[in-house]
Design a protein around this ligand. Structure first.
Ligand code: XMP
Length: 318
């Protein structure tokens, strides 16, 4: 029967058999479960011949890049962190349309990744954290959903660099990936994290993106996520986050009239993200989140909670 330990043993043997003794392997790390588990598996098989590339697109959660990079280094992975935030902000300047933003982010990611990949001497393979549902999705789903794994999309790199593609998690479901990750010692902090879209906060800032808006949203989002964890609610919701709306509303602070931004909180329960219900979080909890955001994040004076289910609403607002 299937066990994570058996899977690890046979996958490591297969990788060692397939990947030549001098071959170097490149892998894009996102901080998510799939790419992290793929990295640990390959690391077990070929050690430092696995070259992880982790790109900071400037659209990650607050402190995420530093925290995750440290975790990867702590696991002994050979990983290069690339701070490319300015490049992404430049590519996004003035773009408000959701698909336009996705395209700009995707294109910039490919440019940055391509540049880094070319620095690896002897690169023969591109590894990807593709899992079974991605394989199915990419052949059976049309429309916006095909962009779901866009951060795995590394453009024409395999052809251009003559890389062969290796996808060691191709046959696994998500819960199996988590079990394999646990067997390989992936910290709970990465193992149990919510899904996060490749374009990151770029599609949670409605309208155009500026570094100031990213900073505002990162701080509001961190308040929400940290309180979910403190109240033991994080594991009970499938995905959660804050959206920065392109709206200002009137408020009062002391004797002053304010005219500041609105943040919408989104938390959903779901099995696979295809359908979702808004999470029925306790009112007291929502009150605490709202007060804390409004008190601590200058520039936000109103917080609302999204009570829409999918369908017809989507999880993300863009
Ligand atoms: P929606 O908003 O379509 O989202 O209900 C379903 C799931 O997909 C994620 N999502 C994305 N992930 N690139 C990604 O990598 C994208 O462009 C993208 N758009 C949505 C979303 O966070 C949710 O988990």
């Amino acid at each position: 029967s299937w066990t994570p330990d058996h899977f690890v043993d046979s996958a490591v043997a297969a990788l060692q058999h397939t990947i030549g003794p001098d071959d170097q392997v490149i892998l894009g790390l996102s901080g998510g479960v799939d790419s992290s588990v793929a990295a640990l598996l390959l690391h077990r098989a070929i050690g430092p011949r696995l070259h992880g590339i982790f790109v900071d697109n400037g659209l990650l959660r607050k402190d995420e890049f530093e925290t995750v990079l440290k975790a990867y280094e702590g696991l002994g992975l050979n990983v290069t962190g690339v701070n490319a935030a300015p490049e992404f902000y430049a590519a996004l300047a003035g773009i408000s349309d959701p698909e336009g933003k996705r395209k700009a982010i995707g294109r910039t990611f490919i440019e940055v990744f391509d540049r880094e990949a070319h620095k690896v001497q002897g690169a023969a393979w591109l590894a990807q954290g593709t899992i079974y549902p991605d394989v199915i999705e990419s052949v059976s789903v049309k429309g916006p959903a095909v962009t779901i794994k866009s951060h795995h999309n590394v453009g024409g790199l395999p052809e251009k660099m003559h890389l062969k593609v290796v996808e060691p998690l191709r046959m696994l479901f998500k819960d199996e990936v988590r079990e394999v990750g646990a067997a390989l010692g992936l910290p709970g902090e990465i193992l149990n994290r919510h899904p996060f879209p490749g374009p990151g906060l770029g599609i949670r800032i409605l309208g155009d993106i500026t570094p100031e808006k990213v900073d505002l949203l990162q701080r509001a989002d961190a308040v929400f996520i940290n309180l979910l964890k403190e109240h033991d609610l994080y594991q009970h919701v499938w995905q959660a986050g804050a959206m920065l709306l392109p709206v200002q509303s009137v408020g009062v602070m002391g004797d002053e009239r304010t005219y500041e931004r609105v943040v919408a909180l989104r938390a959903v329960t779901s099995v696979d993200g295809m359908t979702a219900d808004w999470a029925h979080l306790p009112y007291d909890f929502l009150a605490e989140v709202s007060n804390k955001i409004i008190n601590q994040v200058r520039g936000i004076n109103r917080v609302v909670y999204d009570i829409s289910s999918k369908p017809p609403a989507t999880i993300e607002w863009e």
